[in-house]
Design a protein around this ligand. Structure first.
Ligand code: ASP
Ligand code: MG
Length: 420
């Protein structure tokens, strides 16, 4: 007998029919002798609808009240699932986050979980019930309802799994796993059987929207492996088969054996590039430029600067598109003048493409193969950044898909790696 946490996303909970299917799947696990905690999302579209109502009334609604409203989405879906399970003949009880002591800080709409009182959940399991705990929410020290940020049920599931010391944390969703890259760009993209936490973080933050990033961070920190799998398979598929499906996100030690040098290719059009040309090459310049950006609480992604031969240099960096205009204004209103730059160029027609893989730690020549591949396609690289498990390039926006396809092929990602 194992203790299993299962999270179901909004699409999986999207109608009463689908909720019945979730109940059938959960009943299968429970009837096979497992203890099951289910963490549902709100029914698809419900959180948007609820937040939209608040925005119809106010352009700047109060965070506390937004959380009060948004938290009801999961409360409803959880209660519905409990009823559906009871209809299947399975004793089940639903709880809100606050009823089972999901304690968070007080940052409304983006709260962080601090602790969970696992005893209540365990007692209920020991009484032979399936326990359903609302995703996405908790309660702060003053007793106010909080929510964890959009997509936060993933994090709830991981936190609950950690608190109850679950054997498995299954994230059921509307895709059947994590792919080598977006199949809409590369139709031959392959589902990954296994991926390391760190790789998933790089893939997620670069655009694959399968899991909330914070959930992956949490899982890595507390060493809770996650399996991302489809809730659209027939609910009665054999458990052994279900446990071989999807993508397991786990410890690096367990991935190495199976993995290729490059596991996947991530890409994004969400960044813009700022170039300061003809900047006097002297101490303090980078600190002035990036200090202003940091003061405005804006994250910088890539940075490129060379030492000069003739006394002036160019300084480039990228920021998220949402901050692009703001950063340009910051530069134009003071920084350009203060550092004595000749010119500011803002380029929005850029894309970032990254190859990701823990195998890069131990293999040389991976980055150069990437550059050669892009060169063969005549794609100019504007910026490069590397970490131990990732190499990213900034290129012209219109070549992004070409680059992703060429790299997918060059690193042979269509083919299942042979275990070493
Ligand atoms: N219902 C919340 C949202 O739509 C949380 C979640 O689904 O994970 O963001
Ligand atoms: Mg989600």
């Amino acid at each position: 007998m194992a203790l299993i946490v299962q999270k179901y996303g909004g699409t999986s909970m999207g109608s009463t029919e689908r909720i019945r299917n979730v109940a059938k799947r959960v009943a299968k696990w429970r009837n096979a002798g497992h203890q099951v905690v289910v963490v549902p999302s709100a029914m698809a579209g419900e959180t948007n609808r609820l937040l939209g109502l608040a925005r119809e009334i106010s352009a700047a609604p109060d965070g506390r009240e937004l959380d009060m409203i948004a938290a009801t989405g999961e409360q409803a879906s959880s209660g519905l699932l409990a009823i559906a399970l009871q209809e299947e003949g399975v004793p089940a009880r639903s709880y809100t986050g606050w009823q089972v002591g999901v304690k968070t800080d007080s940052s409304y709409t983006k709260a962080r979980i601090r602790s969970i009182d696992a005893q209540r959940i365990r007692d209920c399991l020991d009484a032979g019930r399936v326990v359903i705990v609302t995703g996405f929410q908790g309660i702060d020290d003053e007793g106010h309802v909080t929510t964890l940020g959009r997509g936060g049920s993933d994090t709830s599931a991981v936190a609950i799994a950690t608190a109850v010391k679950a054997d498995e944390c299954l994230i059921f969703t509307d895709v059947d796993g994590v792919y080598t890259t977006d199949p809409r760009v590369v139709p031959s993209a392959r589902r990954l059987n296994v991926l390391a936490f760190e790789e998933m973080l790089e893939m997620a933050s670069l655009g694959s929207k399968v899991l909330q990033i914070r959930a992956v961070e949490f899982a890595g920190k507390y060493r809770m492996p996650l399996r991302v799998l489809s809730s659209l398979t027939p609910p009665d598929i054999p458990i052994e088969q279900e446990m071989r499906s999807g993508t397991l996100i786990t410890f690096e030690e367990d991935v190495q054996m199976e993995s290729a040098v490059v596991s996947g290719i991530a890409f994004t059009r969400d960044e813009g590039k700022i170039m300061l040309l003809g900047v006097p090459d002297k101490p303090g310049v980078a600190s002035i430029i990036l200090g202003k950006v940091a003061d405005a609480n804006i994250d910088v992604d890539m940075i490129v600067q060379n030492q000069s031969v003739d006394g002036t240099t160019d300084f480039s960096f990228t920021v998220h598109r949402n901050d692009f205009q703001k950063v340009q204004d910051l530069m134009r209103n003071g920084v350009v003048e203060e550092i004595g730059a000749r010119e500011l160029v803002a380029d929005e027609d850029v894309a970032k493409v990254s190859i990701v893989g823990i195998g890069m730690r131990s293999h040389a020549g991976v980055a150069s193969r990437m550059f050669k591949t892009l060169a063969d396609e005549n794609i100019n690289i504007q910026m490069i950044s590397t970490s131990e498990i990732k190499t990213s390039v900034v290129i012209k926006d219109k070549y992004m898909e070409l680059a992703v396809r060429a790299l997918h092929k060059a690193f042979d990602l269509e083919t299942e790696p042979v275990s070493s």
